[in-house]
Design a protein around this ligand. Structure first.
Ligand code: GRF
Length: 203
């Protein structure tokens, strides 16, 4: 069975959904490892509750960024990781990992890319920007990770209707429900090898 590492920096609700999907046999791969960016994040409690091994990787624990990146890659190789799912991971994934896992890393973004994405567009900032735009639709996007923030090929996307009464907080709540639905679906598409990487924008 293919092995998936999930990278998380926060509460880990998407990570939890991936674990549940595996438990319910909706994903034909093993969630084999959590990479956590800090030792005090909620995702670690979730890993423990599903008995999933975890490792904490903090760049400040290493002498240099190169050392941090190479140890992280070594950890993925040692754990025989085939795919990576970013679930609220805040750092840009370095090209050494993107290249080693080309077309095998996915991310979930809480808006309809290519809008409301890019550097600085994470968490509450995204929902605030959607709210300020006045748009009455938002949604979630799963995309392949390349060396730029939020720019890789879109592999799954679903919208949600917004109302005049919505606030950034209620938008976040609506979008999170969509995230929890489409992230396991997208991971299954990836691990089944059903994605057509020849598809180009505009085609
Ligand atoms: C989600 O909104 C996800 O789209 C974004 O970061 C958030 C992580 O939430 N990339 P959680 O830790 O999965 O609950």
């Amino acid at each position: 069975m293919k092995r998936v590492a999930v990278f998380a920096s926060g509460r880990g609700s998407n990570f939890e959904q991936l674990c549940l999907a595996q438990k319910n046999k909706k994903i034909s791969a093993e969630i084999a490892l959590l990479i956590a960016s800090n030792s005090d994040i909620g995702a670690i409690d979730i890993a423990k509750s599903f008995a999933i091994p975890f490792r904490v990787f903090k760049s400040s624990d290493y002498d240099s960024l190169d050392e941090y990146r190479s140890q992280l890659l070594t950890c993925l190789k040692d754990n025989k990781i085939d795919f990576i799912a970013l679930a609220g991971w805040l750092k840009l994934i370095h090209s050494s990992i993107v290249n080693a896992y080309k077309n095998r890393i996915i991310n979930i973004h809480p808006a309809l890319l290519p809008f409301f994405g890019g550097k600085g567009m994470y968490g509450a900032h995204v929902h605030q920007a959607v709210w300020e735009s006045g748009m009455l639709v938002s949604g979630a996007t799963v995309h392949i990770v390349d060396a730029e923030y939020d720019r890789g090929m879109i592999i799954r996307q679903q919208s949600v209707q917004l109302d005049f009464e919505d606030t950034p907080v209620s938008i976040a709540r609506k979008v999170l429900q969509i995230e929890h639905k489409i992230y396991p679906e997208a991971l299954q598409l990836l691990v089944e090898g059903k994605l057509n990487f020849q598809r180009r924008k505009g085609k």
